[in-house]
Design a binder for this molecule. Structure first.
Ligand code: IVH
Length: 694
């Protein structure tokens, strides 16, 4: 591409016309789909080029110039809003028996045999929002995002008429109301009909339509779509004026929020079941989509006692409707290789509508599953979708099987790299033994490394990673950090002996100087990274962001974690609430493999991993201490005591050792109390423990 200064008048005019068309197309795509083709960096590069040319040739500025478009305020991304209180999700169950188990676990935690009242609410199939009011005025709104940080959708929420902008006198000074934005079925059909006529994107279901309409960078488009809300919970609140979920709903109604009239208090499991049946029966006739019923402990006091697991409350659960099914044909069976080498068979299906969503692939899990159901290419099968899980095949219609079909033969070599694919004795999964020499594994690891919850490097999307890997530009994560240096042409360097060329990324198709420099800037920014992100980015089997966070909290620094892993012991890991034996084994194994250690060593040459500063209560007498509970506690249940100790910054271990700081002794304590005495570990009575957490 020519420098702007070198453009003739004619060339400038021509390019401005092209840019106007390209940017308009990109805008359109961005608003219509949630996944535009152009990266943010490329988009910004186009806008920048347009501005540069216009600055040199002001008389050529077009009537439809992208720089003139006012109102649409084309941002390249939403702003971020950090939730003061995280927006959590809910655990799922699919049967009344599991709901019963949940109710029992609540009772057990609270150590009561009495019935506990639950609020049962239809589970709205939309997307959640949080609306913040200060002194009765709506000030900001956010999506859920990852639960910690959401997107700033203040302007978009303002276009939803059902959401009050101003609240009556007497509301708490600070009040965050949360709920669901959804699109009514009739509005969804009308929108699709209109889109069809205008050759625009058709949405698969009301949920997608609601998401696509709310997450518009141009709020004017949100305003044109009909969106509705139900309010159902709260975030930060300066003054709690309610003792139960039911009273909260009364307040919400008083303040002008829409509250679902089907919300109902259930006194016991019988009422819960009756209510569920009733909701199932009227489901199809409701003007909006629901995908289950949510149960919340009605008493706020009890909710507080129950507290939270990592991502979900202990006091609420979602009872999902049974899966929806449809009949279709298997066109092909493919075997995919994942980040950890797992070979996963996938069925390509004749696209079919399953409960409102078009399904064209289904997971076949593993080779035993294919053999057990004798699934073959060409078979007619029943596919089902339950909740958000990947569609599955429930049944093969044998009477419809083609005469010439053959059983599927599962490969014993990796379809990507040809290495042996082996299956450990007690494992269901066959794995490629190629490690990082297998292109599929290496590529998937790189993609994971740069993904949003990991290093989040904008500009290195899946497509770019595939390309760069294929051309040998990127092999392992550390290569990302030498990209900039390798990009420079050695020929420019007077002192270089060779005339070797650099990578010259800016000359690649679809790239320019600006997008390359943006990419380098994004990479440079990541030379410092938080501990949880770093751990997650490594791609340790089974370690998602929640576990990475747990590890960060418990070890504080990467060196601590690695040093502990060197011992090859799982004991300390298993002592962490939320990490089980299998996961601990995987983590230790990961750190035992030389190729992983090499990746870590290389990376740390370029990347500084920050120490994790715990946001838990750190100035309590329990913070940083390891405690063990033993005997029967009378003031709390064991689970509750454990949760409290953790909240106050303690690690809770299962057995007494020299590392234990305190043993809290209940009635009839046995061997652990004895061991504490032997080791000289300080013991506390339940009373003394209560004192400490005051
Ligand atoms: S309460 C801590 N109530 O379901 C409790 N959620 O799986 C937070 N949802 O992200 C949620 N209807 O988007 C709650 N009546 C309801 C709901 C509801 C739909 C959605 C919400 C949430 C997801 C959790």
């Amino acid at each position: 591409m020519k420098e702007v200064q070198e453009l003739s008048r004619e060339e400038a005019a021509k390019e401005l016309a092209e840019l106007a068309a390209k940017i308009a197309k990109a805008d359109n795509e961005y608003y219509q789909n949630d996944a535009p083709d152009l990266t943010d960096a490329d988009y910004d590069a186009l806008k920048h080029r347009n501005a540069q040319i216009e600055a040199l040739f002001p008389d050529l500025i077009r009537a439809d110039s992208p720089s003139k478009r006012v109102g649409s305020a084309v941002l390249s991304r939403f702003g971020k809003i950090e939730h003061r209180f995280p927006m959590l999700s809910l655990g799922d169950v699919f049967s009344i028996a599991e709901v019963e188990d949940f109710v029992l676990s609540v009772k057990r935690f609270l150590n009561t045999s009495e019935n506990i009242a639950f609020m049962a609410e239809p589970k709205i199939d939309g997307l959640s929002f949080s609306a913040r009011y200060e002194n009765g005025m709506f000030v900001s709104g956010a999506t859920r995002g990852d639960g910690i940080v959401g997107e700033d959708i203040t302007e978009n929420l303002k276009t939803i008429k059902q959401l009050p902008q101003k609240l009556p006198n007497g509301v708490p000074n600070i009040l965050e109301v949360r709920g669901e934005v959804y699109m009514a079925k009739s509005d969804f059909f009308a929108l699709n009909e209109k889109s069809l006529a205008e050759h625009k994107k058709i949405f698969a279901n009301p949920r997608n339509a609601a998401a696509g309409s709310l997450r518009q960078l141009n709020p004017q488009i949100t305003a044109e779509r009909k969106l509705s809300i139900w309010a159902y919970t709260w975030g930060e609140v300066s003054e709690h004026q309610w003792q139960t979920q039911e009273q909260f709903f009364d307040k919400l109604k008083e303040w002008g929020f829409p509250v679902n009239p089907l919300n109902k208090v259930c006194a016991d499991i019988t009422q819960i079941e009756e209510n569920f049946k009733h909701i199932m029966e009227i489901r199809a006739d409701l003007p909006y989509d629901i995908d289950g019923v949510v149960y919340k402990v009605n008493s706020i006091d009890l909710q507080n006692r129950l507290g939270f697991l990592t991502r979900t409350p202990r006091w609420a659960i979602a009872h999902k409707f049974p899966a929806e099914q449809a009949l279709t044909r298997i066109n092909n069976i493919r075997v995919q290789v994942g980040r950890t080498g797992a070979l996963t068979p996938v069925a390509d299906l004749e696209p079919v509508n399953v409960g409102g969503v078009i399904v064209s692939h289904a997971t076949l899990h593993n080779e035993d599953e294919i053999a057990r159901k004798d699934i073959r290419i060409g078979d007619m099968v029943v596919v089902q979708r339950a909740g958000d899980v990947i569609p599955q095949i429930v049944e093969v219609k044998l009477d419809k099987r083609p005469l010439n079909s053959l059983p599927f033969v599962f490969p014993t070599v990796c379809p990507e790299c040809g290495a042996h694919a082996i299956r450990e004795e007690d494992e269901a999964i066959r794995r490629c033994t190629g490690g990082l020499t297998c292109p599929a594994q290496a590529k998937e690891r790189l993609k994971h490394f740069v993904s949003k919850d990991a290093f989040d490097i904008v500009g290195l999307g899946d497509k770019v990673v595939e390309e760069f890997y294929g051309e040998g530009i990127l092999h392992n994560p550390a290569d990302i950090f030498t990209l900039e240096e390798r990009n420079q042409s050695k020929a420019d360097d007077l002192f270089a002996f060779s005339s070797e060329k650099g990578l010259e990324l800016e000359k690649r198709e679809g790239w320019g100087k600006l997008s390359v420099s943006n990419l380098f800037a994004a990479i440079r920014q990541r030379r410092k990274i938080s501990l949880p992100r770093f751990i997650y980015a490594l791609g340790i089997p089974q370690v998602g962001s929640a576990t990475a966070l747990l590890l960060a909290k418990n070890y504080g620094t990467f060196d601590n974690l690695q040093a502990d892993m060197c011992t090859r012991e799982t004991a300390k890991l298993v002592a962490i609430d939320g990490i089980g034996g299998e996961m601990a084994k995987d983590i230790v194994e990961f750190f035992g493999e030389e190729h992983n250690l090499r990746v870590i060593r290389e990376l740390r040459k370029y990347v500084a991993v920050e120490e994790y500063v715990n946001d838990e209560i750190t100035d309590s007498p329990l913070s940083g201490k390891t405690v063990v509970f033993t005997g029967t506690l009378t003031k709390f249940t064991r689970a509750e005591a454990k949760a409290i100790a953790q909240k106050f910054g303690a690690k809770v271990a299962g057995s007494v050792s020299a590392h234990t700081d305190y043993v809290i002794i209940g009635a009839d304590a046995g061997s652990k109390a004895k061991k504490a005495a032997e080791l000289g570990v300080k013991t506390l009575s339940e009373e003394e423990f209560k004192e400490m957490i005051k």
